[in-house]
Design a protein. Structure first.
Length: 101
């Protein structure tokens, strides 16, 4: 009986160790991706009830909704914001917006 319990405990320990190391690698991979965002600065030109319009120095425009804002910040007209885009999907890859201070 003791041997059976010992075997079960060792199997559980092995499974937990495997999960710990495999999930740790996934977390490290995710952390590396976070550092590889494409960042663009935009100046807010107009606000409406749903979101914000902005324009970059190179003339490109952006429109984003309030749900992309970090920590519920609300930029005003002429504020500078930083848009973070996914490396993999530049068109629909807007990840988040931060107000630059």
């Amino acid at each position: 009986m003791r041997i059976l319990i010992l075997i079960l405990l060792l199997m559980m320990l092995g499974t937990l160790s495997w999960l710990f190391f495999s999930l740790g690698e996934a977390h490290r991979e995710n952390s590396r991706e976070k550092k590889n965002y494409i960042k663009e600065e935009y100046i807010i030109t107009k606000t409406d009830g749903e979101g914000f319009h902005g324009k970059a120095k190179n003339g490109t425009g952006i429109y984003f909704k309030k749900d992309k804002m970090v920590s519920g910040e609300k930029p005003k007209v002429n504020d500078t914001v930083v848009a973070f885009f996914s490396n993999k999907d530049r068109i629909d890859g807007l990840v988040k917006i931060e107000v630059q201070e």
